[in-house]
Design a protein around this ligand. Structure first.
Ligand code: ADP
Ligand code: MG
Length: 682
């Protein structure tokens, strides 16, 4: 059996199980053996009946001492049996598993794992797991037993068995991507050993070694991938040497506001980059509303005045249109020709745009993925800007830069990366940070409430609308309840809202599955204040700017990560008016309360990102795809900073020795890297 084999061929995997595993994104043996336990139960000790403790979960060995009996009680089938050993006896009960009656054989010894209670002087065990005691290797006891993350009705016991079978089949055949030399140097366990012991640890020490090794590998691969890309992007190729137009200050003066100190600093950093021969690869990171678009404007101006073209790419059509409108206002005044290229244009319009780009009639093109179409050619592309870049894969960015002669690159993001991690994560980019908001921005008043406040909340909505302000409602992504899609939840919410006293206002909804044109229409009408309340999925998450919107209601706020909540909240508070964000959640729990409090107490994206990391761990943090990194299965950047540093060093050493990863000994590492590059979006 090979690691990339499908899981159909392992024992215990029937059609139904297969389907459940597929839902859990487990399709190959590799997926299976890297589905790591979330916890373990130490069942190394097997007790006698006299050792059982009231109220505790216990593992014990006993023989079946009576014939199992099924009785019906209300709608339930109850199976009862007496068990005993030399030290005493107990009664064992199961519910609605009538087949157990036939499975358990009187006189035979079993291992039981379950919670013990003493009632009416008798020891009782309810619904224990059980297993024949005379097996050569026990599954549920006599060892440390893995507890896996489960979903879709998969049972713990079943998954344990499946993984154990898979491990047995693969035993000793797994390829270690690290050479012995590297393993020695960094004190890493061998891979087969690590995989076996992460699932079924022999003891604590073995577990710790296994864990360290797997975390190291996971962090190593991401960092090696980043370094590998960086090298691919940079090489020694020369870029364009721009000169700074003498009238750049007049452009700055023509703006209706003065640039903030942070904006000025970032513009200066960009100017320096653009004047050198080196290809600029700069990440501009600034919280929502920090004013990244004008920075793009300044860079565009420099580029066009040097007779090069600019391409700016946004992740959605709505955003592309918004940028186009904002930028064109300034650029056309300066006699710079702009164009918009989005999916919803007609074929004819697109071809027309292609022509103009090819023969240089357009200086600045703004658009969506449509810009990376094969057939699109530029006259002389000099600068590529991507906005909210985490939606673009590295390969897409490369495609765009391939359309010019080594154009400079600016990527803009509002996703706050904790400072401590930025350097590591964005290994291939220089970073500029806009850490200051324009003057006069007011803090967005944030509250968290449960749904019993709906009445009061809607009254508040009414007040806002009466003052001519506008309101967003973001509906949850529906994950658990697959009956109802994200789309339906938005529609249902809108219907219900229409039944309240708010029904007299203009309420519309918008979601990701709508046609781009429909979405644009709705956004335009919202911008023109023809819609009072916009019910939405997270499509409004990035970048949308409607200054008159002052209230953001987020339903089922517990479903969103902090970083995402912050992004969503950033849709309000963009204008002069006092703005509000209401987080609605009925979920309870300490962490949720803490998260809501973080939102309430700060508007600073960086602080929020740090907290997010602290409260959720990076698994989840990156799982949201906010940060464009693949999801970590075992590593946690917050906890494992030491291993992170070591693995970074190892990655550096490797890339220094073998830039292209063409050495035989790095073959398997290269394969892994190329596999994940697709998922890294920087
Ligand atoms: P983001 O960084 O979220 O992309 P935008 O570029 O959309 O932010 O800017 C948000 C709003 O702030 C826009 O309306 C923009 O015109 C305005 N703005 C940008 N810079 C300044 C500034 N220095 N002073 C005042 N307003 C500014
Ligand atoms: Mg923006």
């Amino acid at each position: 059996m090979k690691i990339f084999d499908k899981i159909e061929n392992i024992r215990n995997v029937g059609k139904k199980t297969l389907e459940k595993l597929r839902m859990m994104h487990i399709q190959t043996l590799e997926d299976l053996i890297t589905h790591f336990p979330r916890d373990y139960e130490d069942r190394t000790e097997i007790n006698t009946i006299s050792q059982l403790i009231d109220g505790e979960s216990c593992t014990f060995k006993a023989s079946i001492a009576s014939i199992p009996i099924n009785t019906k009680f209300k709608a339930k089938v109850i199976t009862n049996v007496e068990v005993s050993d030399d030290t005493g006896e107990a009664e064992v009960t199961w519910f609605n598993q009538p087949y157990i009656q036939k499975v358990l054989k009187p006189g035979v010894e079993y291992i039981f794992v379950g919670k013990v209670r003493r009632a009416f002087g008798k020891l009782r065990v309810e619904s224990p797991k059980y297993e024949l005691a005379n097996k050569s290797e026990l599954m549920i006891a006599g060892r440390i037993v893995p507890m896996y993350p489960l979903t879709y009705g998969m049972s713990q016991h079943n998954l344990q068995k499946i993984i154990k079978n898979a491990l047995e089949k693969l035993s000793g055949t797994l390829i270690d991507i690290f050479t012995e030399k590297v393993r020695d140097k960094y004190n890493l366990a061998e891979y087969n050993y690590a995989i076996k012991n992460i699932h079924f640890p022999y003891n604590d020490e073995a577990y710790n070694k296994a864990k360290r090794r797997l975390i190291f590998e996971e962090l190593f691969i991401v960092q090696a991938a980043l370094l590998y890309i960086k090298d691919k992007l940079k090489n020694d190729i020369k870029g364009i040497k721009f000169s700074i137009p003498s009238d750049i200050d007049s452009l700055e003066k023509a703006l209706p506001f003065e640039l903030t100190g942070a904006q000025k600093r970032v513009v200066d950093e960009i100017k320096i980059d653009m004047q050198t021969e080196k290809i600029m690869n700069r990440l501009v990171q600034g919280d929502v509303g920090s004013g990244k678009t004008v920075i793009a404007l300044m860079a565009m101006y420099i580029c066009v005045k040097n007779n090069y073209q600019v391409a700016m790419m946004a992740p959605t059509e709505i955003l592309a249109v918004q940028h186009y409108e904002f930028l064109t206002k300034y650029l056309e005044r300066l006699d710079i020709k702009t164009g918009l290229l989005v999916g919803s244009l007609t074929k004819k319009q697109k071809e027309d745009m292609y022509d103009k780009l090819k023969n240089g009639q357009i200086d600045v093109i703004i658009g969506t993925h449509a810009i990376i179409q094969e057939s699109l050619e530029f006259n002389n592309l000099g600068l590529v800007i991507t906005d909210e870049q985490h939606r673009f894969g590295v390969d897409q960015r490369l495609k765009l830069t391939d359309k010019g002669e080594n154009p400079d690159i600016i990527v803009m993001t509002a996703t706050p990366i904790p400072r401590t991690l930025g350097l590591i994560l964005y290994g291939d980019l220089d970073i500029s940070i806009i850490d200051e908001l324009p003057k006069g921005r007011q803090k967005i008043d944030t509250h968290h409430v449960n749904s019993s406040y709906k009445e009061r909340m809607y009254n508040f909505v009414k007040e806002q609308i009466e003052q001519r302000r506008q309101v967003y409602v973001v509906c949850p992504m529906v994950l658990e309840n697959e009956e109802m899609s994200e789309l339906e939840s938005v529609i249902t919410y809108t219907e219900n809202l229409n039944k309240t006293h708010l029904g007299k206002y203009k309420i519309e909804y918008i979601h990701g599955k709508m046609k781009a044109k429909e979405k644009n229409d709705i956004m335009t009408r919202f911008k023109n204040n023809e819609i009072n309340i916009l019910v939405s999925t997270t499509v409004i998450e990035v970048g949308i700017s409607v200054d008159n919107a002052t209230m953001m209601i987020i339903e089922n706020a517990e479903r969103f990560g902090l970083a995402q909540l912050h992004q969503l909240r950033g849709r309000v508070g963009r204008g002069l008016h006092k703005s509000y964000c209401i987080l609605v959640t009925d979920a309870k729990g300490k962490i949720i309360r803490e998260r809501m409090n973080v939102m309430k107490n700060t508007n600073d994206g960086f602080i929020i990102a740090e907290k997010d990391l602290e409260l959720r761990g990076t698994g989840d943090f990156f799982g949201t795809k906010q940060h464009g990194l693949p999801e970590f299965k075992i590593a946690n950047l917050y906890e494992h900073t030491d291993i992170l540093k070591e693995s970074q060093q190892a990655a550096r050493e490797m890339i220094e020795m073998d830039k292209c990863l063409s050495n035989e000994e790095n073959k398997n590492i290269k394969e892994k890297i190329e596999n994940i590059i697709r998922y890294i979006a920087l």
